[in-house]
Every structure is written in structure tokens, then in C-alpha cells.
Ligand binder design. Structure first.
Ligand code: NAI
Ligand code: NA
Length: 396
């Protein structure tokens, strides 16, 4: 089968196994090029197949020789249908881990469920005994609550008043004005239920109860803040309430990890093109301007550069972990630099369908978006037949 990108709205319906493999290989090469990190040895990554979670798994394994267990929710290939990219990424990761003699196993299923938690913890107990780092990197629009059975759906809306601003359809490059009506109270509760900290806490409670957390272990979840431009729809919107909850949960988890001298952190990461962020209105326009500015200043990073820096310069240095006034690790420091934000704000005011190709890095946005699905990589023959029978080694 020859696989081409097939776009529908914010998603791509197809993905390319060879290209996803290339993306994983590139990330592994990057991590190796930065040298060894005196980091974790037994790592659980929840949300391990794409974006920041995949980068965390790769950094743990290939930067710190860690054994990794990855949990994710991906679709296997079916007759006439490609797998979701995280499936191919994980297949490639597992293959490379095996070649390198690194322990790696994967679990595909709903991380919000009791069943997947129990399965993961049984695997840890059997194979690794204890974990010294848990990365929590889920991004999901929906969560079935394991105790109530209620299905919660997250929304991306402002709170209190309608938000109107520019947005771009990154496929066509058309810049238009979008108005997003304010959410209901129920929307806030639902978004907090999906993207807040409750599930992270549940994972850590279960792991601790099972004796699966090593002495001095760390756990890290990922958050975002961003500029005032996007505040109404992001940090002060429904998703921001969920991030507030996630950040507050870190303190609670640290409290419950006292018995094993463990610590929970939130790391605030940079805005990047991932499947999760491309669905948020306004953010793609912001990202295309941000990329332009950060690339010009030579400080652009992708997920793997961000997470390699998180491990090497924040989490695993000697001495205390540097945090901000709210106790958060900041690797969005370069994004939030005053010179960067001033430049983005100026471009923002001038951005239109006509000016964006020049002012913004729309090409970089599109290329990153295609890359998420394994398209647009150098060295891949996209006209060649690909074998869709990809299996994930070590899948439980
Ligand atoms: P992503 O969409 O690339 O990754 C999501 C991961 O969660 C995938 O591995 C997916 O399989 C897994 N997943 C989703 N639902 C699941 C379920 N029910 N059970 C098991 N696994 C499930 O997203 P991304 O962007 O890497 O996001 C990860 C975290 O980073 C999120 O908390 C996000 O808010 C945060 N973040 C993202 C930023 C961005 O610009 N993309 C910036 C800063 C933080
Ligand atoms: Na992730």
C-alpha cells in the first residue's frame, strides 16, 4: 500500500509507518548527541506514544539507559487502514530499545481505567519491582471516570465572556476572526475531570499502595501557561482551570509520597505542534508566529529538545530543582522571554492571510504537523509500498 496524508479538519486520517520510525530515530539520535544523563533507571510513562510523553520515554531510555514501561491509547492497523501514529512510534521505539538491550514494554489501553492501572502495576511488580520516575503526559478530550462511570468531555472555551481574536486554518493559511462563546459551569467541571490532576493522583496512590514507588522517586506532569494573547482561551479558560488543578495536585502527591521521600512536579513546557495543540483555536496562529521568532533567535526547540533539557538541566542536576514562585519547573523560559513575546505580539497585530506567509512560520507549522503523522521526512520513499502489518514488540 502507498500511504498519503489524508486530512480532515485538525486531524490526519492516515499515518506512515516508515516516517514515524524516522521521527523516533531522529529523536534518539538527538538525545544520544547530547551525552549521557545521570537520570532515572526505571521509568513509567503514561501517554508515551506521541508528543512530550514519547520524548520523555526516549530521553529516559537513550539518555539515561532506563528501563521503560509506556502506557498509551492507540489504534492498531486494520485491513486498508493505517494505525494511529503513536502505534508506529511505539513499534519503532520498542525495536530500537531491543537493539540497544534496553528493557521496554508497552500497554495499549485507557489509562483512566482501573483495569489498565492494575495491569501496569502488575507488570511493574513482576519485571521491575519499583519505578523511580513516573511521567504523566496524557492529553485526551474524554475520560470515563473509573468510580462513577460518568463520561466527561473537555472543552476549550473562555470563561465568563465571549473571546474574539484571530485564528488561522493552517491547511489553507486563511487568517480569520473567531468568536468563542463562554463555557458553562458544567464545562469547567468536565474539563477539570479530564485534564486536571485527579487521574494522576489515582495512579500515584495505586502505585504507592502496591509498593511500586522507589525511595526518592519523582513524578512529573506537563502544563502550559502561554502569553496574554491566548490567555482567555487557554490559561484563563476551561483548560487553564484543569491546569490549575493539575498544578495543585503536584503538592498533594508530594505530600502522599513523603513516606518514600518522593516528589511530584509540574513542568511548564513550550507551545508546540502536537495532535493535542492543533485542535485548540488561536493556538496554531500563535505557534506559527512563535516559531518564526524563536527560529530567528536560534532558540527554537521541539518536544525532544525540551524534554532532554528538562532531564539534563532541571530534574537530574546536583542540588535543588529550580522552580518558579508557584513551585513549577519552567522549560517555557525561552518562549516567555520578553524579547520573544514582544516580537510575537507585534507580528500578531500585523498577521493576515496576506502577510502570514512572510511574518509567520506557517511552513514550519505545516511541516511539523505532517511530521506528527510520519509524513515529510527526508530519506523516506513515500512512493514505495509499505507493509501495514506493524506489530509492537513487548506489547502486553
Ligand atoms: P499528545 O496528543 O501528543 O499525546 C497524548 C498522549 O496521551 C498519547 O501518548 C496518547 O496515546 C495518550 N492518551 C490519550 N488518551 C489516553 C487514554 N485514555 N489512555 C492512555 N493514553 C492516552 O499530547 P501532548 O501535546 O504531548 O500533551 C501531553 C501533555 O503536555 C498534556 O498535558 C499537554 O497539556 C501538555 N502540554 C502540551 C503543550 C503543547 O503545546 N503541545 C505545551 C505544554 C504542555
Ligand atoms: Na504525550
Amino acid at each position: 500500500m502507498i500511504i498519503e496524508p489524508r486530512m480532515r479538519g485538525f486531524i490526519c486520517l492516515t499515518s506512515h509507518t516508515k516516517g514515524c520510525e524516522q521521527s523516533v530515530l531522529n529523536q534518539i539520535d538527538f538525545v544520544k548527541s547530547k551525552g549521557e544523563i545521570d537520570g532515572p533507571k526505571k521509568v513509567l510513562v503514561i501517554g508515551a506514544s506521541t508528543g512530550f510523553g514519547l520524548a520523555s520515554r526516549i530521553t529516559s531510555a537513550f539518555g539515561s539507559n532506563a528501563a521503560t514501561i509506556g502506557v498509551f491509547f492507540e489504534k492498531a492497523p486494520q485491513a486498508g487502514k493505517t494505525a494511529s501514529p503513536g502505534w508506529y512510534n511505539s513499534a519503532a521505539f520498542q525495536q530500537e530499545a531491543k537493539k540497544a538491550g534496553l528493557y521496554a514494554k508497552s500497554i495499549n489501553g485507557d489509562a483512566f481505567s482501573d483495569e489498565i492501572k492494575a495491569k501496569t502495576i502488575a507488570l511493574i511488580k513482576e519485571d521491575l519491582g519499583q519505578i523511580d520516575l513516573v511521567i504523566y503526559s496524557l492529553a485526551s478530550p474524554v475520560r470515563v471516570h473509573p468510580k462513577t462511570g460518568v463520561t466527561h468531555r473537555s472543552v476549550l472555551k473562555p470563561i465568563g465572556q465571549t473571546y474574539t481574536n484571530k485564528t488561522v486554518d493552517f491547511h489553507t493559511g486563511v487568517v480569520s476572526e473567531i468568536s468563542i462563546a463562554p463555557c458553562t459551569d458544567e464545562d469547567i467541571d468536565n474539563t477539570v475531570a479530564v485534564m486536571g490532576g485527579e487521574d494522576w493522583q489515582m495512579w500515584m496512590d495505586e502505585l504507592l499502595k502496591a509498593g511500586a514507588i522507589a525511595d526518592g522517586a519523582k513524578t512529573v506532569a506537563y502544563s502550559y501557561i502561554g502569553p496574554s494573547l491566548t490567555e482567555a482561551v487557554y490559561r484563563k479558560g476551561t483548560i487553564g482551570k484543569a491546569k490549575d488543578h493539575l498544578e495543585a495536585t503536584a503538592f498533594k502527591i508530594t505530600e502522599s509520597l513523603k513516606s518514600v521521600n518522593g516528589e511530584a512536579y509540574v513542568s511548564v513546557n513550550k507551545a508546540l505542534v502536537t495532535q493535542a495543540s492543533s485542535a485548540i483555536p488561536v493556538i496554531p496562529l500563535y505557534i506559527s508566529l512563535l516559531y518564526k521568532v524563536m527560529k530567528e533567535k536560534g532558540i527554537h526547540e521541539g518536544c525532544i529538545e525540551q524534554i532532554q533539557r528538562l532531564f539534563a538541566e532541571r530534574l537530574y542536576t546536583s542540588g535543588e530543582i529550580a522552580t518558579d514562585e508557584a513551585g513549577r519547573i519552567r522549560i517555557d523560559d525561552w518562549e516567555m522571554r520578553e524579547d520573544v513575546q514582544n516580537a510575537v505580539a507585534e507580528l500578531w497585530s500585523k498577521a493576515s492571510t496576506e502577510t502570514l506567509p512572510e511574518l509567520g512560520d506557517l511552513a514550519g507549522y505545516k511541516s511539523d504537523f505532517l511530521n506528527l503523522f510520519g509524513f515529510g521526512f527526508d530519506g523516506i520513499d513515500y512512493l514505495a509500498d509499505v507493509n501495514e502489518q506493524t506489530e509492537i514488540e513487548g506489547l502486553q
